[in-house]
Design a protein around this ligand. Structure first.
Ligand code: NAD
Ligand code: UDP
Length: 330
């Protein structure tokens, strides 16, 4: 495709786990991608393979400040935000700012460019839900002043701001409510349960179950999620859409699965349950099925095996680098 006729997508948070996978998908679909990221929780290694790609540009910038993009832009995907509970508890103010000011700036960019806009929202908008499974018309049960409130309320504000731009400025906006997603390029030590348990299992350390492990989550493999997001971006649907895998399990069952699949000798150990940790979480994906003709395809065992391969490769590379570094130091 001649470069001038390629759609141009801005991806904020483009060096993160999801932003980098979304970038790969957009490039494969024939888009030019401008990634904007301040690397606060992102990893340059996630975009290392894109160096030299003439359809890709990286801008290091904090999107809570004014965003300047000289090019024509057709799509804005706002994915920038700390996303793991450990990250947003360590970064409460930047999390609130990127959900509020960052969303305002990215909406402003989309409006100025006449671009379509997609917000990466979250199942955390439902808080500790009193309705199960969660449907998009459920308004949620969020503690605004608890430690998780910095993330949950920032995302709820971001949704409100997005709908205001849609209703008032007639901007073409979409909102995806992402449920727990996992896969390669997560940070091993970002504190989320998938990298935590896999890292512990591969290192022979005990798997740290918070609370009694009876809380549930539903895990979606990253390629399925990105497919749902791409379909939503290309749709004409403006209300929020849940994207996630409805296969629900307790955290205790999840630990057992990781022990089974890795074959580790690791034990489990219990730690205190974090404040306001949701007791259940499972997406109702009826809307995604009906509107986007989407549903997840990757089986749990398959997705987890691919993720284990990624983390074991990462651990081996890190150990080799450490050894080489030690060698040089001797
Ligand atoms: P991540 O931490 O890997 O990626 C987030 C990226 O945003 C990082 O590269 C970080 O450096 C960047 N960033 C943060 N603040 C920024 C700022 N002010 N300016 C520019 N860049 C900034 O997390 P992720 O899992 O890839 O999450 C991406 C998005 O998806 C987030 O908005 C998150 O809330 C949402 N989400 C993710 C999940 C999930 O399961 N992974 C679930 C629900 C919602
Ligand atoms: N969790 C756990 N051990 C860990 C990390 C997380 O038991 O080492 C639990 C956590 O308390 C929560 C679930 O696993 O109930 C999912 O946590 P995660 O941080 O992945 O995401 P959340 O769904 O809470 O945003």
């Amino acid at each position: 495709m001649p470069p001038e006729s390629m759609p141009v997508s801005v991806v904020t948070g483009g060096a993160g786990f999801l932003g980098s996978h979304l970038t790969d998908r957009l490039l494969a679909e024939g888009h030019r991608v401008i990634a904007i990221d301040n690397l606060i929780t992102g990893n340059p290694a996630n975009i290392g393979h894109l160096a030299g790609n003439e359809n890709y540009q990286f801008i290091k910038h904090n999107v809570s400040n004014y965003i300047f993009v000289p090019d024509e832009v057709n799509y804005v995907f706002h994915f920038a935000s700390p996303a793991s509970p450990i990250d947003y508890l360590e970064l409460p103010i930047p999390t609130l700012k990127v959900g509020a000011l960052g969303t305002h700036n990215t909406l402003g960019l989309a409006k100025a460019k006449g671009a379509k806009f997609l917000l990466a929202s979250t199942s955390e908008c439902y808080g500790d839900p009193l309705v199960h499974p969660q449907k998009e018309d459920y308004w949620g049960n969020v503690n605004p002043i608890g430690p998780r409130g910095v993330y949950d309320e920032a995302k709820r504000f971001a949704e409100a701001m997005t709908m205001a731009y849609h209703r008032y400025h007639k901007l073409d906006t979409k909102i995806v409510r992402i449920f727990n997603t996992y896969g390669p390029r997560m940070r091993l030590r970002d504190g989320r349960v998938v990298p935590a348990f896999i890292g512990q299992a591969l290192s022979g350390e005990p798997l740290t179950i918070f609370g009694d492990g009876s809380q549930t989550r539903s895990f979606c493999y990253v390629s399925d999620l990105i497919d749902g997001i791409f379909r939503l971006a290309m749709s004409d649907f403006h209300e929020p859409v849940n994207i996630g895998n409805p296969r629900e399990m307790t955290i205790r069952q999840f630990a057992d699965e990781i022990i089974r699949i890795t074959g580790t000798k690791s034990a489990v150990e219990h730690r205190p349950l974090p404040v306001d940790d949701p007791k259940v979480r499972q997406p109702d994906i009826g809307r995604a099925r009906a509107v986007l003709h989407w549903e997840p395809k990757v089986e749990f065992d398959e997705g987890i095996r691919r993720t284990i391969d990624y983390f074991s490769g990462w651990l081996q590379r890190t150990a080799a680098q450490r050894k080489a570094g030690d060698g040089r130091g001797e």
